[in-house]
Design a binder for this molecule. Structure first.
Ligand code: GDP
Length: 328
C-alpha cells in the first residue's frame, strides 16, 4: 500500500491500517524503516492529543486486571483506548511477561479498544523507541487514551515515563511498614500511586499501605508540575471496580491542571527532544555496528586498548574521526 493511502486509513481510524502501520514501525528492514519515517511525517499533528498513561507494576500486582477493568470503564464513557506494552523480558529471551494472549480478554474483544503486545526487539532501547512511535500512530488514529504498560524491571519504567503524560505506579497491599522496596527513582517519577486489591480481607492492609506511600511521597518531593495534593496515593480494586472512577477523575484533573499551567506542553516538548537525541544516538551506534569496516576497526582499536599500546580516549577519538570521514 502507498504510504499516503496508509496514512489516510490510519487517520480514518481503520484498525487494520493501524495494525499494519505498527508492523511497519516495528520492522527493522531498512526499506520499512524509511516508509515508517515517511508515515510518521504524514501523520504528524493528525488527530487529537490522546492522554498517554504510563503504568508500571511488578508481575502479579494486577496490571492486566486493572487495565481490563479501567479500559472497559473508559470505553463505557465513549472513549477509545489503546493498550501497548514495553516488556523488557521480550527483548532478552523472546519470551514475554506481558504478551500472554489470555490477558485482558474482555477488552481485547471490545471494538473501542486496541491492544498490542510488546514488540520483540533485541534491546530494550529498541522496544521503547518503537513503542514511542506506536503511541504517535494510536494518537493519529484517534484514540483518546493510550495506556503504556511495563513491568518494574531495569530501565523500562524510565523509558515509559519518557513517553507518558502521566506515570502511574500500581502496587500491592503490603504487611508491616516496609515500603515494598520500591526504588526511590520510581517514587520520583510517579505521578500517582495506586494501591490495588483494596477489597475483602486485603482492604485494611491496602489502606495502610496507601497511607505509608502518601507519607513517603510527601517527604520525598515537591515538583513544580505537581499541584496541591499531588503526587497522590490512592486505593483501587481492579476486581470490584472500587476507586477506578475516582482515580480517573484525579488523572483528568492533574492533566488539566498541567495543561492550564504549561507543564503538559513542556513535558511533551522535552520528551520530543529526548527521543530525537535518542534516535541520533542509536543511529550512530548502528553505523558503528552495521559496517564491516567499522566493526573491524573497532576490533583492531579495541585490541590496542586491551594490550595497553593505545589509551581508550585516544582510540575513541580515532574511531569517531572515521565516522566524520564516513559522513563527509
Ligand atoms: P499482572 O501480572 O500485574 O498483570 O497481574 P494480574 O492482573 O494477572 O493479577 C494477578 C493476580 O492478582 C490475579 O490472580 C488477579 O486475579 C489478582 N488481582 C488483580 N487485581 C485484583 C484486585 O483488585 N483484587 C484482588 N483481590 N485480586 C486482584
Amino acid at each position: 500500500m502507498e504510504t499516503e493511502e496508509l496514512a489516510r486509513r490510519v487517520k480514518a481510524g481503520e484498525r487494520r491500517a493501524l495494525a499494519r502501520a505498527i508492523t511497519l514501525v516495528e520492522s527493522s528492514r531498512p526499506d520499512h524503516r524509511e516508509q515508517a519515517v515517511a508515515l510518521g511525517e504524514l501523520l504528524a499533528g493528525a488527530g487529537r492529543q490522546a492522554l498517554r498513561l504510563g503504568l508500571s507494576g511488578t508481575p502479579g500486582v494486577g496490571k492486566s486486571t486493572f487495565i481490563e477493568a479501567f479500559g472497559t470503564m473508559l470505553t463505557e464513557q465513549n472513549l477509545r483506548v489503546a493498550v501497548l506494552a514495553v516488556d523488557p523480558s521480550s527483548s532478552r529471551s523472546g519470551g514475554s511477561i506481558l504478551g500472554d494472549k489470555t490477558r485482558m480478554e474482555e477488552l481485547s474483544r471490545n471494538p473501542a479498544a486496541f491492544i498490542r503486545p510488546s514488540p520483540s526487539q533485541s534491546q530494550l532501547g529498541g522496544v521503547a523507541r518503537r513503542t514511542r512511535e506506536v503511541v504517535a500512530l494510536c494518537e493519529a488514529a484517534g484514540y483518546d487514551v493510550v495506556l503504556i504498560e511495563t513491568v518494574g524491571v531495569g530501565q523500562s519504567e524510565t523509558m515509559v515515563a519518557e513517553m507518558s503524560d502521566l506515570f502511574l505506579l500500581l502496587l500491592a497491599p503490603a504487611g508491616g511498614d516496609e515500603l515494598q522496596g520500591v526504588k526511590r527513582g520510581i517514587m520520583e517519577i510517579a505521578d500517582m500511586i495506586l494501591v490495588n486489591k483494596a477489597d475483602g480481607d486485603l482492604k485494611p492492609v491496602a489502606t495502610r499501605t496507601c497511607a505509608d506511600y502518601a507519607g513517603a511521597l510527601h517527604l520525598l518531593r515537591k515538583r513544580p508540575e505537581d499541584p496541591e495534593g499531588f503526587p497522590k496515593a490512592m486505593t483501587v480494586s481492579a476486581v470490584s471496580g472500587d476507586g477506578l472512577e475516582t482515580a480517573w477523575q484525579e488523572m483528568q484533573s492533574l492533566a488539566q491542571w498541567r495543561k492550564d499551567n504549561g507543564f503538559w506542553q513542556a513535558r511533551r516538548a522535552g520528551q520530543a527532544r529526548h527521543w530525537f537525541e535518542e534516535e541520533v544516538r542509536q543511529g550512530l551506534l548502528a553505523r558503528l555496528s552495521n559496517s564491516p569496516q567499522m566493526r573491524a576497526q573497532m576490533a583492531a582499536l579495541g585490541g590496542k586498548v586491551a594490550d595497553g599500546s593505545l589509551a581508550p580516549a585516544a582510540a575513541a577519538q580515532e574511531m569517531l574521526g572515521l565516522l566524520d570521514g564516513q559522513s563527509g
